[in-house]
Ligand binder design. Structure first.
Ligand code: THU
Length: 151
């Protein structure tokens, strides 16, 4: 049974690979799916803007986050920070990729750009909607950013 499952998974991955090209693309595709699943967990009764984020560690583990709003609006926290803090709290501090899922293709807010700059300095950043993918980087999001290296 286990062997059959393995074969089915491999079959699925090869199918995807043929459809989509190199293995890295499949990984990104799967991360986008995960981020879109996180979007469904968003608690956004005020803005109704649902955001999901997945951060991938350099050893390949992924951690998710969604935006969580509060009736005391200022306490709201963005999906990116939830995902990054989630991973850090589980003991991971080196990240290679961050995937963001929204319906509009919005880029991270200023506060998240700062946290991404500090905690995901080498990550590639992927902004996804159900029908478009954009790639960006820390440098592009926060040129001349401030970090502990500036003390
Ligand atoms: N939001 C995020 O989750 N990430 C961002 O980078 C921008 C904003 C959330 C916060 C709030 O729940 C809603 O989107 C509207 O601002």
């Amino acid at each position: 049974m286990k062997e059959l499952l393995k074969i089915q998974i491999l079959d699925f991955l090869f199918h995807l690979k043929n459809e989509m090209g190199p293995m890295q693309d499949i990984e990104i595709y799967l991360m986008i799916q995960q981020a879109q699943n996180m979007q469904k967990r968003a608690q956004a009764p005020y803005s109704k803007f649902y955001v999901g984020a997945i951060v991938q560690t350099d050893c390949g583990k992924t951690f998710g986050g969604c935006n969580i709003e509060s009736a005391s609006y200022g306490l709201t926290i963005c999906a990116e920070r939830v995902a990054i803090f989630h991973a850090i709290a589980q003991g991971y501090t080196n990240f290679s990729r961050l995937v963001l899922a929204t319906d509009t293709g919005a880029y991270p807010c200023g506060a998240c750009r700062q946290i991404i700059y500090e905690y995901c300095p080498k990550s590639s950043i992927i902004i996804a909607t159900p029908n478009k993918i954009e790639y960006t980087s820390n440098k592009e999001l926060l040129p001349h950013g401030f970090s502990k290296n500036d003390f």
